[in-house]
Write a protein that binds this ligand. Structure first.
Ligand SMILES: NC(=O)c1ccc[n+]([C@@H]2O[C@H](COP(=O)([O-])OP(=O)(O)OC[C@H]3O[C@@H](n4cnc5c(N)ncnc54)[C@H](OP(=O)(O)O)[C@@H]3O)[C@@H](O)[C@H]2O)c1
Length: 323
């Protein structure tokens, strides 16, 4: 089958670690099912994997990809939930399992003609969503859903700042937040991407690092080092920063510890979400009519073009790969 794999790790030139080729299909573990992938979506996670972050050398080569929508052997259209728990994990929140992994970390991922997943990882694809739209949901959109509705503690009418306008998580935050009655402000390094976020429902867009007209109730942080100080400075006393990513690095020049305790602020880490939150997300999309923002759709064979765009940062929304 055709697959896009990490075959090595290259921190500086991640594209050199990518190979798209025909490979033998992986084994199907007992209790797992095979899904014919109709659409998968790229995440910054896949670039981290090519850089060797979070993917150990002894697991290479590894099929990349955390998200997919497709059809099972018996013809059921499904969305693939990408968090795989340790079989011994007991608990209701999959993200609290210290031995959890995301597809493409320990088990082969979704950038292939077929993917193998635990039978319990599938949810039915609602007729209202296309395969491409559904493939955006399990990682970026689920992460945004949890950040806003589980972690942030905000309510309709509150103001939320989204750092970065163009990313998959950022566009999801803008669409979901504005549909849920939040006043969404975004920052962007690029005026045109800021304007597009306003078209999606953001109330206002500001240049990265700009002084805001007033302090906000919560900040959604996925950029990391480049925006951390700005995030802390923008919050009202008692406000909340929810962090789920560090695209620009995880070592800010100032951790802002003093401001965090003095204001005082809440700093909440957030990662992915549960299968139940994924179900709730699909219901929210159907009820509101909101849909994922798709930057482009590429054949799986052109995966390198999608990776190059993501690495360049010239993306607005999600990049879809179709086997
Ligand atoms: N914890 C989790 O479960 C989870 C799940 C999904 C994603 N993530 C993480 O979240 C982050 C975002 O992922 P993504 O897939 O949405 O895409 P992405 O391509 O990493 O998104 C980049 C975003 O960051 C902004 N940005 C990038 N570099 C910047 C810089 N130097 N200064 C200011 N802004 C910058 C961009 O905005 P502009 O270009 O508009 O400025 C864009 O919105 C990644 O680090 C990813 O690993 C974590």
């Amino acid at each position: 089958m055709l697959a896009a794999c990490a075959v090595s790790a290259d921190a500086d030139h991640p594209l050199r670690a990518l190979r798209v080729a025909e490979i033998a299909p992986p084994e199907v573990p007992a209790g797992w099912v095979t899904v014919d992938v109709k659409a998968a979506s790229l995440n910054q996670h896949d670039v981290w994997s090519l850089r060797g972050v979070g993917l150990a050398a002894d697991r290479l080569p590894m099929i990349l990809g955390c998200d997919a929508a497709g059809v099972t052997d018996d013809g059921r259209p499904v969305i693939v939930y990408g968090v795989v728990n340790d079989p011994d994990f007991i608990g209701s929140d999959a993200t609290y399992d210290p031995k959890r992994s995301l597809l493409s970390e320990r088990y082969p991922g979704t950038f292939a003609t077929q993917v193998r997943v635990p039978a319990g990882s599938l949810i039915d694809l609602p007729a209202e969503l296309s395969f491409a739209e559904a493939a955006c949901l399990p990682t970026a959109w689920l992460t945004a859903y949890r950040m806003l509705f589980t972690a942030a503690g905000v309510k309709p009418g509150d103001t939320v700042l989204v750092q970065g306008a163009g990313g998959g998580v950022a566009t999801a935050l803008t669409v979901l937040g504005s549909r849920a009655g939040l006043r969404v402000w975004v920052t962007s390094r690029d005026e045109a991407r800021g304007a597009r976020a306003v078209d999606l429902g953001a109330d206002r867009a500001f240049p990265s690092g700009a002084r805001l007209p007033e302090r906000v109730d919560a900040v959604m942080e996925t950029v990391g080092a480049a925006t951390w100080s700005h995030s802390i400075n923008c919050l009202r006393p008692g406000g909340t920063v929810v962090i789920s990513g560090t695209t620009s690095g995880n070592q800010p020049s100032n951790a802002e510890l003093t401001k965090i305790f003095f204001k005082p602020l809440r700093v909440i880490g957030s990662t992915m979400g549960t299968r139940e939150e994924l179900l709730a997300l699909t219901r929210l999309l159907i009820t509101t009519g909101a849909r994922p923002v798709i930057d482009r759709v590429l054949p799986l064979g052109a995966a390198a073009d999608g990776f190059a765009a993501l690495i360049d940062g010239q993306v607005f929304g999600k990049i879809i790969l179709e086997p």
